[in-house]
Design a protein around this ligand. Structure first.
Ligand code: NAD
Length: 509
């Protein structure tokens, strides 16, 4: 059986680890590949390779680095179909959603093609007589990325294109559940002309992660995954003197106001709750319906639309995008995750929520061993219930009925997570007030999944993020660079008296 390799110093290398993890096709439940969980020694080898490549790469002109990114962008486009099929095969999401993921990653690559402009420092002439001041935005060194299973291409591409284009070298530790994409991206970077050692991939789990968090050659760590691990990564990396951005879990709320355009809102909520089987950090998992009338109307529309959803494999010969209608929703990532989602559904019932649509026991003909959970809808959920408080990360939507806008806002703001939040309304004043007062990092007004574009920054609030800087956009450039400010005076422009020694704090005239 094929075993996914490491990519170190420009070479595909078999791991010698005896800890092996299986990769499954979630639609069929079959083992399709394996991946070895790298040892401490192998992880250190990847870091060493990036460390050795740093000096030359950091001194390569920004324009040359950007040109490699231009080429990488073209290669991604040429290979999009093949990569999307691979994502769908290992993750389970439908083909066109996999294309969407690649497109969002590609947009970060497009953003970094402008790095020579983005990495310009500032200059002030004559900050004092004959004295000029300018700043440099210099790369940090070796940076590490640790990524989750749910976006095996997009999330790594939130990180490494910016790190590389700013002159850093990189070690990626992808999810062990769908690791193939990382190697495909590494090969395309090499084909685009990236020098060996600048980008490395080490497959693995906690053992590899712990090396990345503590090795003195690593200068910065970007992490995306669940909140407990994000917190661990942030505290450990910070304690070892590293810059760290760690993005965690979510429970994204939407507030449905009585004046909302109901058709628009219901369609938006359907896609955002059940797309990618709810396995998106920006999935919309809670609706706060303001008033019983609008709640009843929503429930009726959602039930009707849920009955039309087709659940099945993300891609197959009969249902590929070019061969007729695609499914709306694929399987979840694993048998264990399916069981966890079903446990949440059981707890919702036990705690008294009204289960309107039950996705447990969902069978797809011909795919009886796949990890399918059908769309699930709960009404009359209350804030003390587990299905409200915790991130389920599956196709489960909960409706909480609230009497007014203020109660809705309080609930969003009191929740542990603050990744995204949305409001559906026709009233500009309410929308504006919500945008200003809501405690979430990404806000949608009649937009259910307000994922910022690559030239803006992505990140939540509260326990959805640890660290001060978000990913991509200007924050991304700041994260992967450090500022140096140079103040200079040239002897020819110096008047004689300036040669005297001064023992007070320098001021400029
Ligand atoms: P996860 O936290 O289980 O794994 C993420 C990464 O951490 C993987 O590479 C994994 O190998 C590693 N890891 C796992 N356990 C570890 C440990 N004990 N010590 C060190 N490293 C460890 O997350 P997942 O299940 O792969 O992904 C789903 C989660 O990611 C959800 O909570 C989702 O909300 C979150 N997510 C957040 C964002 C965001 O932008 N905030 C984006 C995508 C996913």
């Amino acid at each position: 059986m094929e075993q996914i390799k490491n990519f170190i110093g420009g070479q595909l290398i078999d791991s010698q680890s005896d800890r092996i993890s299986s990769i499954f096709n979630p639609a069929t439940g079959q083992e399709i590949r394996r991946v070895a969980l790298s040892t401490v020694h192998e992880t250190k080898h990847a870091i060493e390779s990036a460390h050795l490549a740093f000096n030359e790469w950091s001194k390569t002109s920004p324009l040359k680095r950007a040109r490699i990114m231009f080429k990488f962008k073209s290669l991604l486009e040429e290979n999009c179909d093949r990569l999307a099929r691979l994502i769908s095969e290992e993750h389970g999401k439908i083909y066109s959603d996999a294309v969407g993921e690649l497109t969002r990653g590609l947009e970060v690559v497009e953003f970094v093609c402008g790095m020579p402009h983005l990495q310009k420092g500032e200059h002030s002439a004559n900050v004092g007589t004959g004295v000029d001041s300018h700043s440099l935005m210099q790369p940090l060194g070796v940076c590490a990325g640790i990524t989750p299973f749910n976006f095996p291409a997009m999330v790594p591409m939130w990180m490494f294109p910016i790190a590389l284009a700013t002159g850093n070298t990189f070690v990626l530790k992808p999810s062990e559940k769908d690791p193939s994409l990382s190697i495909e991206l590494a090969k395309l970077l090499q084909q685009a002309g990236l020098p060996d050692g600048v980008f490395n991939v080490v497959q693995g789990d906690k053992e590899a992660v712990d090396v990345l968090l503590t090795d003195p050659h690593i200068h910065a760590v970007s992490f995306v995954g669940s909140t407990p691990i994000a917190e661990y990564v942030y505290t450990t990396a910070s304690a070892h003197g590293k810059r760290c951005q760690a993005l965690g879990g979510a429970k994204n709320h939407s507030v449905l106001m009585p004046d909302a355009d109901m058709d628009m809102a219901a369609n938006a909520i359907m896609g955002a709750a059940f797309g990618a089987a709810g396995e998106r950090c920006m999935a919309l998992s809670v609706v706060l319906a303001v008033g019983d009338e609008i709640a009843d109307e929503l429930v009726e529309k959602l039930q009707q639309q849920i009955s039309q959803i087709s659940v099945g494999p993300g891609i197959n010969d009969g249902m590929g995008i070019s061969k007729g209608k695609e499914n709306d929703m694929g399987p979840v990532i694993s048998e264990q995750h399916k069981a966890k989602i079903c446990d949440y559904i059981r707890s919702g019932v036990e705690q008294g929520a009204k289960l309107l649509v039950d996705g447990r026991g969902y069978q797809v003909a011909g795919y009886e061993n796949g990890y399918f959970v059908g769309p699930t809808l709960f009404d009359y959920v209350t804030p003390d219930m587990k299905i409200y408080k915790e991130e389920i990360f599956g196709p489960v939507l909960v409706i909480v009925r609230v009497p007014d806008y203020d109660t809705a806002l309080k609930l969003v703001n009191h929740h542990e997570y603050g990744n995204g939040a949305a409001i559906f309304t026709r009233d500009g004043e309410t929308a504006r007030q919500f945008s200003e007062d809501v405690q979430a990092g990404m806000v949608g007004v009649n937009i259910p999944i307000p994922v910022p574009m690559a030239f803006h920054s992505f990140g939540g609030w509260k326990r959805s993020i640890f660290g001060p800087l978000n990913v991509h956009g200007n924050d991304g450039v700041r994260f992967y660079t450090r500022m140096k400010t140079v103040t200079s005076r040239w002897p020819a422009s110096v008047r004689l008296e300036h040669h005297d020694s001064h023992f007070v704090m320098p001021t400029m005239e």
